[in-house]
Design a protein around this ligand. Sequence first.
Ligand code: GLN
Ligand code: ZN
Length: 764
Amino acid sequence: MRRTLSVPRTVSPFTATTLGAPRIGPHRELKRAIEGYWAGRIDKAQLESVAADLRAQTWNQLTAAGLDSIPVNTFSYYDQMLDTAVLLGALPGRYTDLTHELDRYFAAARGTAEIAPLEMTKWFDTNYHYIVPEIGPSTQFSLNPAKVVAELEEAQELGIAARPVIIGPITFLALSKAVDGAEPPIGRLDELIAVYATLLATLANHGAEWVQIDEPVLATDMLDDAADLARHAYNVLGDLSYRPAIFVATYFGELTDALPALAATPVEAIGIDLVAGSASTVAVVPELANKTVVAGVVDGRNIWRTDLQSALGTLASLLGSVAHLAVSTSCSTLHVPYALDAEPDIDAVLRSWLAFGFEKVTEVVALAKGLTQGREAIAGEVAASNGAIASRTSDPRLHNNDVRERLASILASGLTRGQAADRRKSQDARLNLPVLPTTTIGSYPQTVEIRKARAALVAGEIDDTEYTNRMKAEVESVIRLQERLGIDVLVHGEPERNDMVQYFAEQLEGFFATANGWVQSYGTRCVRPPILFGDVARPKPMTVDWATYAQSLTDKPVKGMLTGPVTILAWSFVRDDQPLADSANQVALAIRDETVDLEAAGIAIIQVDEPALRELLPLRRKDKDAYLDWAVSAFRLSTSGVADATQIHTHLCYSEFGEVIGAIADLDADVTSVEAARSHMEIVGDLTAAGFANSIGPGVYDIHSPRVPNTGEIADGLRAALSAVGPERLWVNPDCGLKTRKADEVEAALRNMVEAAKQVRADA
Ligand code: GLN
Ligand code: ZN
């Protein structure tokens, strides 16, 4: 049943929108409901009603704020890539026996006792994790539009100017993983375009005037032929005679040659991220004179208030080059907290510098008004924005001269330690460890007692002293456990840390924490990133008491545990008024001071974790070297203040190093632990081949699974590693921290690990 619309179609243009909105609920209502459903506390109908209420609330708020086109289908029970896999009939066969649709969906997201979940990985360079679809020879795409159609109808019934949002075919395939020997999924673009064609007709049938198709991959170097693929896909979809108007949204970077390619296709609108990229790219593409350009001038992924005057200037500069200009956030506001009104305790000055999701929408509306009615129409808003910016630039907390001077002088004197071989000699003499020393990555299970104590402290039922005493009891029990197991290098277990970044941010000047600034990290997991707003200083030691207490309980060495500068930045909202490299160095200086204090307190081994080193890697190849330079240099700044006899460890949470492998060697840590169990120790050889000559602790078992590894398989892994490095360079440890595991699993697994190390030592 195909109706024909006239082409060029007559659609009403929109002027103010956002690319997507947070969905977990202003008070994490969705998280609670989903976890309640998993635990059997509520049923499907109750879960659906919480979700529908949240959707209606979001759409009504966006409409009331003044947006004239509202994104729908940006809601998700877990993740939008997983939703897209379901939409396209691309769930792997192992889930098809689960007949209950919602349970099948959650099985793909999280696994069941019998079936492995899909993998999860970072969404571009954000802290959001998406579910990675698997595309194999048996994947048969088919359209399953129930969710997007239901949300469209739901919004239409509420009188919302709804614009369905779907992830585009190029991005979907580029982010999917080939399985069972299949070729790279992008080879199946034509098949998928046919499915999208049917989807577009379906959405037109349901009265969608506009559809937003997200293609962020076009702003990256993930595909070599992105421009050609874009030209092809959107010529085919654009040429369809029966479809809604198409808005191709891109974000997180500049488009380069994909922009003229898209502009030459029949799509009606193109979204450009003008926070990450520059407006000058628009004027040089003559075809944009026939398009709506959706200008992402309000930063959708950081929390700073927009400089309205400068954004208006950017918008004005575009007017002559495009047919119609709409204002938008640069990307979905999924990446920022809901609204500032949930933060009554932030001091008024700081607060005036900020814009969370809701405030960003009001900025978009103001800018659209300024654009259509003239600058005078928003004179009040511009004045307030100028005032906030003036207050921020002149705030004394942004400039700490002591910190800047000390930093300059340390940087000038160089960040090198002694030669690795000399360090090893002094460390061996001091530590006296066996070959193949055993250790763990830092955290031990967050037990019920720990959680109870933390809740009681927050509720005011116990005081700081009582809380500290309870945490000390935990430390003692973790030390005793490690002694019983015969581990060589101990840790204190990190019970006092809510989060490995927040814990440090709370103790550093220049950061502040929000009370309710929750952002979805993946599924129902939410994080509250600290806000880095000023120069960073460390008023006093942060971890020394814990480390020395733990060390006082045992004769074995206890590692001091710190989070590295790159990871602290990666998991915070960062200041946008100076290069990231400068902020990294300031954090690094604070960590360096901490290492020096730990050393002075007698701690012989200090671990500086950098699990986020790879995820901050820029999306464009041309920017990567500069990033790795400053990231490595910040790490070295944080670790080069100690004597050669103090052993520096680092931990990286992944095994596919790819473009960062050279940087790992440049970090020059004495010992580097990495994830390796799932990739069968190949990483040991890869690292050695890349010139890495220090010690390595390839994770000998996967801590992400409750399964207890047996001694034989751990010993086999160690022997495999020994074929790539000599015994004097090999450490024995799990893949990552143990905080998500149960105490009995941890004890059993570590017992087998220590036993395996003994067996392999005997014949090494
Ligand atoms: N030391 C941290 C822990 O063990 C490291 C966590 C991580 O790698 N993300 O929990
Ligand atoms: Zn880890």
